[in-house]
Design a protein around this ligand. Sequence first.
Ligand SMILES: Nc1ncnc2c1ncn2[C@@H]1O[C@H](COP(=O)(O)OP(=O)(O)OP(=O)(O)O)[C@@H](O)[C@H]1O
Ligand SMILES: [Mg+2]
Length: 254
Amino acid sequence: MGKIIAFTNQKGGVGKTTSTVNIGAGLAQEGHRVVLVDLDPQCNLTHGLGQRDLKLNVYGALLKEYPLKVYPLLHNLGLVAGSPTISSFEKVKGDELDREFLLKDLLEKLKERCDYILLDCPPALGLITLNAYACADLIYIPLEAQLYATDGLEKVLEMVGRVKRRVNPSLTVGGIFFTRFDTRKILLRETAETIREKYPDLVLTSRIRETIGLGEAPHLGKDIFSYAPTSAGAADYKALVQEILTTKDSIPHG
Ligand SMILES: Nc1ncnc2c1ncn2[C@@H]1O[C@H](COP(=O)(O)OP(=O)(O)OP(=O)(O)O)[C@@H](O)[C@H]1O
Ligand SMILES: [Mg+2]
């Protein structure tokens, strides 16, 4: 049975999509069967993998217009495409009794056929993100070590707590990791230390540096391992994948 991992932070531009793509590609390279799901109306995940003309997307499948479609990308790596129209999910489905479980139902069969399903969440804590939390085994929170980084973090952790109590008792925070990290900036280092002191059990050791390759790869429709396998970005995501793989078994899944 596959594990569902959501990458989430209500703050925008912190590296959710970049991490979903590259952790997914890294897991696939390790021999795991991985499916990426684009839950963001911006569709950065879909577009950043060079996919622009995919007709069947996650929103149509959620509305039961057609079955869930996984498009093969690379060996062991598939994509459930996003759609800008998923922004109307809340308006269309908000009054339904089982509104928070629609994604869970949709992914149930897929879970049996792969090792990891990675969810790229939008930068908001609305019904789409609630659906992601309701079906996830683990969530990871990418964080930019900035002055207001913890504001977003606390809101995410608060929502995780609520979802865990009422909707999905087995939801677990796999960890927080720093992205777009610039070791030359002392203020960033200090902010990262403060966050690490506040959440010692949650902050992972691996961190992702700000590098040109990671910014460029999506423009060429590639993950970092295909685009620049010997780059610092590839090394950072490889280390993070290893950390995720080694900590996941020690985490209770309920
Ligand atoms: N480590 C990095 N080094 C350089 N550029 C990066 C890095 N991580 C992310 N970026 C770039 O920063 C921008 C924001 O990253 P990304 O799209 O992954 O964030 P996000 O949290 O998914 O944003 P949103 O909230 O809008 O969905 C993108 O242009 C991405 O290519
Ligand atoms: Mg994104």
